[in-house]
Design a protein around this ligand. Sequence first.
Ligand code: AMP
Ligand code: MG
Length: 350
Amino acid sequence: MTEVVSVDPQHPDPEIIARAAEILREGGLVAFPTETVYGLGADGLNPVALARLFEAKGRPATDPVILHIVDLEALPQLAREIPPAAWTLARRFWPGPLTLVLPKQPIVPDLATAGLPTVALRMPAHPVALALIRAAGVPIAAPSANRFGHTSPTTAQHVLEDLAGRIDLILDAGPTAIGVESTVVDLTRPVPTILRPGGLPREALEAILGPVAVFDRSVAGPAPAPGMLPKHYAPRAEMVVLIGSGGWLRLRLRELAIRYLQEGYRVGMLIAEEDQPAVADLPVEIAVLGSEGDLEGVARRLYPAMRDLDARGPDLILARDFGTRGLGLAIRDRLIRAAGGRVMKAEDSP
Ligand code: AMP
Ligand code: MG
């Protein structure tokens, strides 16, 4: 049985937190809110708890998890060879949506790092998450609280839909603020490298580190054939992402929708407010993510909109890109992964 307990997002009841922490210390699984998405927590130093975590999510053991901490003292306990840049980033952006990859200390179980010599660490900025990790007294492994490959949860209801009966407790503190996962930065390379763009914009990192490398899925070579990339953050429907901007993007969005309709697809569209007039007359299901200029709003609505649109039954979702500035990079990454790499450029002919 999975219990769902409501907690105040700012001032969680200490008794509820104490009980959740005890479940974690005993090797159980507790889903809790962070500022990015809901995480599924397990004792990050307990291999048995970690094994349960991977099992509950259906996550392959080759995919390492992030360990969540509440104070800077935990950093040298879990990581080694910490460069000055790591301390600077931690002091500047923690608690917050930034994950640092560093060489691991031997205390970190191989299961947490998928056998890698590095560990990923983050201090989340949510009072419930911080209170829970503090009460547990151990680093908490917390990947997103969804079945592996599904869309990440931004509400307790989403967690329940994926993990009911598979985990012990869900702490419900309402919808999450950022809506996409943390930015993962690898500091073990000669040039700091964003492995996964996320809630902390690249620009904020570069203001401190200078130029960083980014693994950009849209320019990582020719778009692979459908099914070539492992799907992640994915809806049930097939998805295609259209990259581009302005009038060209809108024109191509409309053309593509019409083409898919002619091919007999039930078409869903993930679009910006500004795109609405261009497709309003088409028999498609539409989810509006927000204004092109409001990337925070688009990021926050991305996963819930994907779920809602998917539930309306389209067999193909056509999504538009929001560029690479600020949170745009994370939004693009999640769209491309949800689409399993099916990307089209607005300047290409369909
Ligand atoms: P999730 O826990 O689902 O938010 O995903 C965590 C992601 O962080 C993984 O899929 C990796 O991309 C990255 N990550 C975690 N640990 C490491 C590590 N030791 N080295 C490199 N990347 C990591
Ligand atoms: Mg995940």
